[in-house]
Design a protein around this ligand. Structure first.
Ligand code: SAM
Length: 268
């Protein structure tokens, strides 16, 4: 589980190695749960020919490219990405793929678009990194035109399940993970935040991102480097429990993502 094999950060301005971030995003993009949630999101969001589409926190731009294909030559698809290295990678990949997707600098708190100028917007796994997600929700509402729609997807880290394992050890790991994000319960808070921003939530989807036993090995290796978190004994016991469980098909490790479709009230 490459997401866990090094402590990378997607927070704006942390100066993390771009290659490491790209590596992590590529692994995540291939997870079946992510692919399924993205497919559902594309279907319900439904960018159409001629529309102006925006992908906030676009990362490597895979979904921005999908938006560009959907809006066609008469539309525009713009990825907003504050990390210059990721922006460069996204632009390079789009060019190599012959996609018209383009990428601009910007933050979720101050999107570089006029009021009511965007038809359709997506924002995936960005809110968990934000100190003030309500401000980002308000920005989404500001830039959407009346009748415009948004798909916001995020993880809820409290949904992490590690099975089996000593309850105290599992709880210690869960709490550590919650502490890594400014907004770790992002998934469950999206509905309230989008509603408070004046948007009407129209649909909700979710996917558990289910990992295999190698993910647990990677995670325990990483957690072993965090001073004082787990005793060597607790770690070894958990390794042994999870490996034995994997052999008998009783291993489960997951975290759940939620995605909300919201409309801006008004004429279409
Ligand atoms: C976990 S990645 C998700 C990338 C992409 N949306 C995806 O699902 O693959 C989080 C992204 O949010 C971006 N990001 C972080 N803070 C941001 C902010 N304040 N405004 C906009 N994007 C931000 C990061 O640079 C990164 O590209």
């Amino acid at each position: 589980m490459a997401e866990l094999d090094r402590p990378v950060s997607f927070r704006a301005g942390t100066g993390e190695s771009v290659a490491a971030l790209v590596d992590v995003l590529d692994v995540q993009a291939a997870w079946p749960g992510v692919r399924r949630l993205r497919a559902w999101g594309r279907e319900v969001l439904g960018p159409g020919p001629g529309e102006r589409a925006v992908d906030v926190g676009a990362g490597t731009g895979e979904e921005t490219q999908a938006m560009a294909a959907a809006v066609g030559p008469s539309g525009t698809a713009i990825g907003v990405e504050p990390n210059p290295g990721l922006r460069e990678v996204a632009a390079g990949r789009a060019a190599a793929a012959g996609s018209a997707a383009r990428f601009v600098d910007g933050l979720a708190y101050a999107l570089p678009f006029d009021d009511a100028s965007v038809d359709v917007l997506r924002c995936e796994r960005v809110f968990q990194h934000l100190d003030e997600p309500d401000r980002a929700a308000a920005e989404i509402a500001r830039v959407l035109r009346p009748g415009g729609r948004a798909l916001v997807a995020d993880t809820d880290w409290a949904t992490m399940i590690i099975h089996p394992g000593a309850p105290d050890t599992v709880e210690t790991i869960r709490r550590f993970w919650l502490g890594r994000f400014p907004n770790p319960l992002s998934g469950r808070r999206l509905g309230g935040q989008l509603t408070a921003a004046g948007l009407a939530v129209a649909d909700a989807g979710s996917q558990a991102i289910i990992q295999d036993a190698t993910a647990a090995e990677d995670m325990l290796t990483l957690l072993g480097t965090v001073d004082g978190l787990l005793t060597a004994e607790a770690r070894e016991d958990l390794f042994a429990d999870l490996r034995a469980a994997a052999r008998r098909g009783d291993f489960h490790f997951s975290v759940t993502m939620f995605a909300l479709l919201a409309h801006k009230p008004g004429e279409t």
